[in-house]
Design a protein around this ligand. Structure first.
Ligand SMILES: C[S@@+](CC[C@H](N)C(=O)[O-])C[C@H]1O[C@@H](n2cnc3c(N)ncnc32)[C@H](O)[C@@H]1O
Length: 267
């Protein structure tokens, strides 16, 4: 439902092919737009799930969609900002001024549909600062779509936390899918500021260590990342498959196009 940097829609067929045959709970610690979760759900491959992300506005939005879809639909109907830069800037200012949670969730959907590339980025004081996106005809999700997403989120445990907490909670037989911010292949392809923390080599190393720990506890793990030397080194003990993805995350036009991604599993 949300546009999200690093959204996995195009890679879903290759990923679904590689999920374990049988598993207990589904856990997704970098949920973002949740492309994998919603696909597994629509194919009835999972019932419940644990979804988490460090982005508190995102988790609060999903919680409102799950628990108060009617109020959210009403609040979306009350939004009268249009598709122009002045209105967009006013909506962004209102979002950053901490309105009530349902209103904030509705504004987040408006911003997601009208901002540049559907990005979510904050400045050092935690204020959303993505510029206007200039789309011809942005569509705000309607009642049916919100109700459908709300249905998919029933029985889902939503948490705002660092990936380490949710991976450590996974038990033997659970399936954890990890889609961290990618290790940049070149300096210009860096797009790691989803939240004020950033995600550099240190974070990739911390993640790889927790991946190994969870693997030795019998958890099924799958991780996607860019095909970079660091990632190949960190996961050299596991099964690494190449997949080609068309990505358009770079604002620098030259960086657009196909980059190699890897999908790594411990099974
Ligand atoms: C590549 S995106 C995930 C995209 C998602 N798979 C999709 O289909 O839209 C990475 C996500 O990781 C989150 N993130 C960044 N650092 C994190 C951390 N330390 N712990 C948990 N989540 C984090 C970001 O907020 C972002 O939503």
């Amino acid at each position: 439902m949300l546009k999200w940097a690093g959204g996995k829609r195009k890679l879903l067929p290759s990923m679904i092919e590689r999920i374990p045959d049988n598993f207990n709970r589904y856990v997704e610690p970098f949920v973002g737009g949740g492309a994998m979760f919603f696909e597994l759900r629509s194919r009835n491959l999972i019932t419940g799930a644990v979804l988490s992300d460090v982005n508190s506005d995102l988790i609060s939005l999903y919680t409102i969609i799950r628990d108060k879809p009617g109020q959210l639909i009403e609040s979306l109907g009350d939004i009268d900002y249009g598709n122009n830069r002045e209105d967009f800037n006013r909506a962004r200012e209102e979002f950053n001024s901490d309105p009530l949670p349902v209103r904030k969730a509705a504004l987040m959907i408006y911003l997601n549909r009208h901002c540049f590339n559907g990005l979510y980025r904050v400045n050092f004081s935690g204020k959303f600062n993505v510029p206007f996106g200039r789309y011809n005809n942005p569509v705000i999700p309607g009642k049916e779509q919100i109700m459908e997403v709300s249905g998919s989120l029933k029985n889902v445990d939503l948490k705002c936390c660092d990936f380490e907490n949710s991976i450590r909670e996974a038990r033997e037989g659970d399936f954890v899918y990890l889609d961290p911010p990618y290790q940049p292949i070149s300096e210009t392809s860096s797009f790691t500021s989803y939240s004020s923390g950033g995600f550099g080599e240190k974070e990739q190393r911390r993640l790889a260590k927790i991946f190994r720990d969870a693997s030795s506890s019998g958890v099924f793990l799958m991780i996607s990342n860019s095909d970079s030397p660091l990632i190949r080194e960190l996961y050299s003990d596991f099964k690494i498959s190449n997949i080609l993805a068309a990505r358009n995350i770079n604002s620098n036009g030259k960086g657009r196009g196909k980059i190699n991604e890897v999908l790594i599993t411990n099974y």
